[in-house]
Design a protein around this ligand. Structure first.
Ligand code: F6P
Length: 550
């Protein structure tokens, strides 16, 4: 490590030894202007970090640390298409997927903007045809149900966004429904195949690599289901009428049988967990229309521009990333809970789990040496009000320090003005907002938020000092959601720079897949040997075999 970095770390840690002894209640008591000083607004997002355990001096140290790690240089590398994903020898250009059509983006010989917009137009043609009821199944029936088969980044992003933007669904003449199937055991698919009609159901096989076993087995089950219904002789028209492929590997789609005109492509330089902006977002466009999808891209693009140009002190992804570093490496807080106070964002914690933990859950630096400081915290969450009735007990009175991200829209149900229960729903939203603010206040202040806390027994007391950030969205719509997701993407990148890890690879998930294949041979009785495995796995295998034989 260079001296400049080491010096900044030393200064930050020395500063931290003082700040870590302070209580958030004191900060708020001492400075009524704390919120005014410690929140920032960009577009539809207000980021309040006044309930984080830090001072203005902390921000200065964090900015110096970012500079010592050449954050500016790394941002430039990211946005100029350099191979920032060094272990895989490629760039990470998810940001290019949301460039407006007139933006210039040339990397080597490639005109990236035109490639991106060509695919977007192809996707638009397909979406319009399906939505208009012009895409027919093999027997001529209109397609009414589209099932996205994918997993990880080829599932979580589109699933999360289609649910979040349900209110923005654009009606179609036939009443189009979009579904998701990801689990390798076929649970979701089996339910869908039971309920849907083969004649009017189509499948989108989404897989960057087109080699993921989870996705390929679900896809093959879907194909067999259709073949059983239509007969094997109809194979060509089944593939042509009922399957679309989305992948960065066109020849693998062709090998599988996806017709060329049904193939939507993207590129190796789009990481799976960063891919919802590409044709992987097809289910989103099917649901909210291509116009809505473009608003999602626009929100993310504006966040990209903000990230590239705003000074660190006002730069949302930089502040968020560096405050995360502060929590992890100085305050020793290794858990982050994502708490949306809006039921439409139920999938958001799951999506962020992959985004953050698959990106920065690393312990080897870019140069191959082990890291010397903690990296990505453990991330989990749920819809906040529901989680209040589940795991908040630990947040308030457990022994673990946890930091929370509260995410809530200010306006809700504007579109429901004519709803029969409009007034009641508006009141429910107020209740949700009140709960959100109450929880972050109590977590921060503890007993200081209560009247006469001294008189309460210890089991009714609150330690407080659990830091949190609050993200207020003007409202949840395609544009604000695009900006929110891009904010977290860039936050993850900022942290990767400080931790000196590559956030765009995921080697840790590879070996388990290989061991699964050799274990499958044992489960299926094709390989009877158990000596090459451990006693736990061997014992479980014997038990499974005995149960099947009984
Ligand atoms: O196994 C992890 C992973 O590679 C993720 O990174 C990815 O999002 C997911 O699997 C699915 O991969 P693919 O889109 O290639 O099927």
């Amino acid at each position: 490590m260079t001296d400049a970095k080491e010096t900044q770390w030393d200064e930050l840690i020395t500063h931290g030894s003082v700040v870590s002894k302070q209580h958030l209640a004191d900060y708020f008591a001492e400075d009524p202007e704390r919120f005014n000083k410690m929140h920032r607004q960009f577009g539809p997002l207000l980021y309040d970090f006044s309930k984080q355990r830090l001072t203005d001096q902390t921000l200065k140290h964090l900015i110096d640390l970012a500079d010592a790690h050449d954050l500016q240089g790394w941002i430039q590398r990211l946005f100029s298409g350099e191979e920032v994903n060094d272990s895989e020898g490629r760039a990470a250009m998810h940001w290019a997927l949301r460039l407006p059509v007139d933006a210039k983006c040339q990397v080597g010989d490639d005109d990236i903007t035109s490639q991106v917009h060509e695919q977007l137009q192809h996707m638009e043609l397909i979406v319009d045809k399906i939505r208009a009821g012009q895409w027919r199944g093999a027997t001529g029936e209109v397609i009414t149900d589209v099932i996205n088969i994918g997993v990880g980044g080829s599932d979580l992003g589109p699933l999360m966004v289609t649910e979040a933007l349900n209110d923005f669904t654009r009606k179609t003449p036939q009443g189009l429904n979009v579904h998701f199937a990801s689990t390798i055991d076929g649970s979701q698919l089996s339910q869908l195949l039971r309920d849907k009609k083969p004649q009017s159901t189509m499948f989108v096989i989404s897989s960057k690599s087109f080699t993921t076993i989870d996705t390929l087995t679900n896809a093959s089950t879907a194909l067999q289901w259709l073949q059983r219904s239509f007969g094997r002789r109809a194979s060509a028209s089944i593939l042509h009428c009922h399957f679309i492929g989305v992948s960065a590997s066109p020849h693998k789609m062709t090998e599988w049988g996806i017709a060329e005109e049904n193939q939507l492509g993207f590129w190796g330089w789009v990481g799976g967990r960063y891919s919802l902006w590409s044709a992987i977002g097809l289910p989103i466009a099917l649901k909210i229309g291509v116009k809505g999808f473009r608003r999602l891209l626009a929100g993310a693009h504006d966040m990209d521009e903000h990230f590239k140009s705003a000074p660190w002190r006002d730069n949302l992804p930089v502040l968020m990333g560096m405050i995360g570093v502060w929590n992890t490496n100085v305050l020793d807080i290794n858990a982050l809970s994502i708490l949306p106070y809006d039921g439409r964002l139920k999938q958001l914690p799951l999506y962020f789990e992959q985004l953050e933990m698959e990106s920065n859950g690393k312990s080897v630096k870019r140069d191959g040496q082990p890291v010397t400081r903690s990296t990505c915290p453990i991330i989990w969450g749920d819809v906040g009000p529901n989680a209040q009735h589940a795991f908040y007990q630990l947040l308030h009175q457990g022994t673990e320090a946890v930091t929370c991200d509260f995410i809530v829209p200010v306006r809700r149900y504007d579109e429901a003005r004519h709803h029969e229960a409009a007034e009641e729903l508006a009141a429910q939203h107020q209740l949700s907002l009140a709960n959100c603010l109450a929880q972050s206040r109590l977590l921060a202040l503890g007993d200081a938020a209560l009247k006469d806390a001294d008189e309460l027994p210890t089991h009714m007391r609150y330690r407080g000092n659990q830091p949190s950030s609050t993200l207020l969205l003007d409202e949840l719509n395609p544009y604000s959601l695009g900006a929110l997701i891009a904010l977290y993407e860039h936050k993850v990148f900022v942290q990767s720079v400080i931790w000196d890890v590559n956030p765009f690879d995921q080697w840790g998930v590879e070996m388990g897949k290989k061991i699964a294949m050799s274990t499958l041979a044992k489960i299926r009785g094709e390989d009877a040997s158990l000596e090459d495995t451990d006693s736990s796995s061997a014992g479980l295998l014997r038990r499974i075999e005995a149960e099947w034989k009984s």
